[in-house]
Design a binder for this molecule. Structure first.
Ligand SMILES: [Zn+2]
Length: 249
């Protein structure tokens, strides 16, 4: 399946906390959208890989994304090296997205910045013909179905925990409530008065408020209720001022 937008996150719930609104808006606009989590978030203090797997499936249903996969890299220890890049390249070539979204370039969790570097490098390398990747495996474990090169037109960083100045923001007011619903699917991670698990940075009642304040702040910058912010490493071009005038922001 070819996707229009493919969002990568180091941990299941990174997408929900940062760019889920955009994915839902674009899905409503008729685009094909998908999510690839790099790890199962197995080092998280609360819950475990199994609970987070189920939470990711439940949340994907709420967001109505076309695809959600997990590359099963090691939480905390994946690297931006050849082996990991080849896995990401294979995923990009499989879905051939026009736009890739990835973690913030620097953030509270060190996996996020490393994930950003990994995805940005892999998205470029994916366009090189001489890098060979395969999509299938034969009966004897041999690689089959060589993939064609593919380079996404844009890679944008979403903004998650640390405040970073966005280059542009996207109005998500229409789907903001659903975004919060998707976040709350990760029951083991966030505030739950019934839980006996240890309290963490994410599980305090203030944490979800801070996610909402961030969306409100980005929304205020363009005169809408809620928005998500992005960083671009490439100049963004438009054909006409129409796109700005018609959007009325
Ligand atoms: Zn994370």
């Amino acid at each position: 399946m070819k996707l229009d937008i493919l969002a990568f996150g180091a941990h299941p719930d990174d997408i929900e906390l940062s760019c889920a609104g955009t994915l839902m808006i674009e899905k409503k606009n008729g685009k094909k959208v998908g999510i690839i989590d790099l790890t199962s978030g197995e080092l998280g203090t609360r819950g475990n890989a199994e609970t987070r797997k189920q939470e990711a499936v439940d949340s994907a249903k709420i967001m109505d994304v076309d695809v959600r996969e997990n590359l099963l890299m090691a939480d905390g220890f994946f690297r931006n090296d050849e082996a990991h890049q080849l896995k990401v390249i294979a995923a990009i070539r499989k879905y051939r997205p026009e736009i890739v979204l990835c973690n913030a370039p620097e953030d509270r969790h060190p996996d996020h910045g490393r994930s950003s570097n990994l995805i940005i490098d892999a998205a470029f390398l994916s366009g090189l013909k001489k890098i060979t990747t395969f999509s299938g495996e034969g009966q004897n474990g041999e690689s089959t179905n060589a993939q064609k090169e593919w380079r996404p037109k844009y890679v944008f960083n979403y903004i998650q925990d640390k405040y970073l100045q966005p280059d542009f923001v996207i109005d998500i007011s229409d789907v903001h409530e659903k975004k919060i619903e998707a976040i709350k699917t990760f029951k083991t991670q966030f505030f739950d008065p019934e839980s006996n698990e240890p309290q963490t940075y994410l599980s305090s009642p203030d944490f979800l408020d801070s996610v909402i304040y961030r969306s409100k702040m980005f929304g205020k910058m363009i005169g809408v209720k809620y928005a998500e912010g992005y960083i671009s490493h490439k100049m963004i071009g438009i054909r006409s001022f129409d796109v700005l005038i018609k959007e009325n922001t």
